[in-house]
Design a protein around this ligand. Structure first.
Ligand SMILES: Cc1cc2nc3c(=O)[nH]c(=O)nc-3n(C[C@H](O)[C@H](O)[C@H](O)COP(=O)(O)O)c2cc1C
Length: 341
């Protein structure tokens, strides 16, 4: 039913400014969920194709990437659309407004988005509360965590620790975002030394929290597609030595080669959707070569067809996530991938 309605909904939504459309569609989903409409028209069975990764049982291989449900207040509604996993956030210790608007741009003819949202989010306490209030979603909830913009990189570990401690009791996994291009200096944490230090601190805390809460919550790092081969090799070594539980490859790109000449191409921010697929998948493949079967990888970046999703898996991903193609093509993709992968 959604599949049939989505093109109509999309033509309405795409007449709105991109960020307004984002808020309108999430609000509409929440209303449809609360009123029981979503529950009536969705069925769980066809989306179940279970897989166990990092000690977690995912009902299928398709997740929603971070950034769509930043606050974690739309989990139940999004869950009805068939996602086996919903990654909320990025969430920072304190609430933050993000960058000035406009900060979200569609490149419709390229099925792409450029965003420079800048971690607008309600803060970790609200995020945890929202996840606690989710009722119907039985899938995996990942917490994507970041640092506040005004926290210097020397103190970034403190921000990640605050979020890790607060999210731990309610999260199924924690994703440490090192790769947003919209928080100045954040990507510097992908340097071998900085990431080794951060991973060490967080793994130590994870052990303490595991003992305290009696559950092991996997720790993942999310990386950019703009790393070169030596960086990927060094980072992989850091991840293997440090006992990282999982990798998310990749975030958005700063590269504009694939959209050169497009009127929107020079908007500052991270590019997502079709134009990032090749670069993102190449990055995933290189990480996979280094990490082998030791660290599972969630493949994300430019997946817009079943064939793309399969290519991510061939490149080394165990699970996949989507964001931009979900905006352009709607929930049809989720069910199609869940059934086929
Ligand atoms: C509007 C927008 C906001 C995003 N916000 C976040 C975020 O807060 N944290 C994060 O880790 N990734 C964020 N992302 C990146 C996505 O999670 C994903 O890694 C990236 O878009 C590539 O996947 P895609 O091509 O399927 O969209 C955002 C992406 C978009 C389009």
């Amino acid at each position: 039913m959604f599949d049939a309605l989505y093109p109509l909904a999309r033509s309405g939504l795409f007449r709105l400014e991109a960020e307004v459309a984002h808020h309108v569609s999430l609000a509409a989903l929440r209303i449809a969920e609360k009123s029981g409409i979503l529950g009536l028209v969705s069925s769980d069975e066809e989306w179940v194709s279970p897989v166990e990764v990092m000690g977690l049982k995912f009902s299928n291989r398709v997740g929603l990437a971070a950034g769509l449900d930043k606050a974690g207040n739309t989990i139940d509604a999004l869950g009805r659309l068939g996602f086996g996993c919903i990654e909320i956030g990025t969430i920072t210790p304190r609430p933050q407004a993000g960058n000035p608007k406009p900060r979200l741009f569609r490149l419709v003819d390229r099925e792409a988005i450029i965003n420079r949202m800048g971690f607008n989010n309600p803060g970790i306490d609200a995020g945890v509360e929202n996840v606690r209030s989710a009722k119907s979603f039985g899938g995996i909830v990942g917490f994507n965590i970041g640092k506040n913009k005004d926290t210097p990189n020397e103190n970034a570990a403190d921000d990640y620790l605050i979020c890790l401690r607060k999210a731990y009791p309610v999260a199924d996994y924690i994703a440490v975002n090192l790769s947003s291009p919209n928080t100045p200096g954040l990507r510097d944490l992908q340097g071998a030394e900085a990431s080794a230090r951060l991973l060490g601190v967080l793994k130590k805390e994870q052990q303490l929290l595991a003992a305290e809460h009696g559950k092991q919550v996997p720790l993942l790092f999310k990386v950019a597609p703009d790393l070169d081969e030596p960086q990927i090799r060094d980072l992989s070594q850091v991840f293997l030595n440090g006992g990282l539980d999982g990798l998310i490859a990749t975030n958005t790109t700063l590269d504009r080669d694939k959209v050169a000449g497009h009127p929107r191409a020079m908007e500052a921010g991270g590019l997502s959707g079709r134009p990032v697929f090749e670069k993102s998948t190449a990055t995933l493949g290189l990480f996979s070569n280094h990490l082998g079967s030791h660290i599972p990888i969630i493949g994300v970046g430019g997946i817009s067809s079943l064939e793309d999703a399969r290519e991510k898996i061939r490149a080394g991903a165990t699970l996949v996530q989507i964001y931009t193609s979900f905006i352009y093509q709607g929930p049809r993709l989720v069910r199609e991938f869940a059934q086929a992968l």
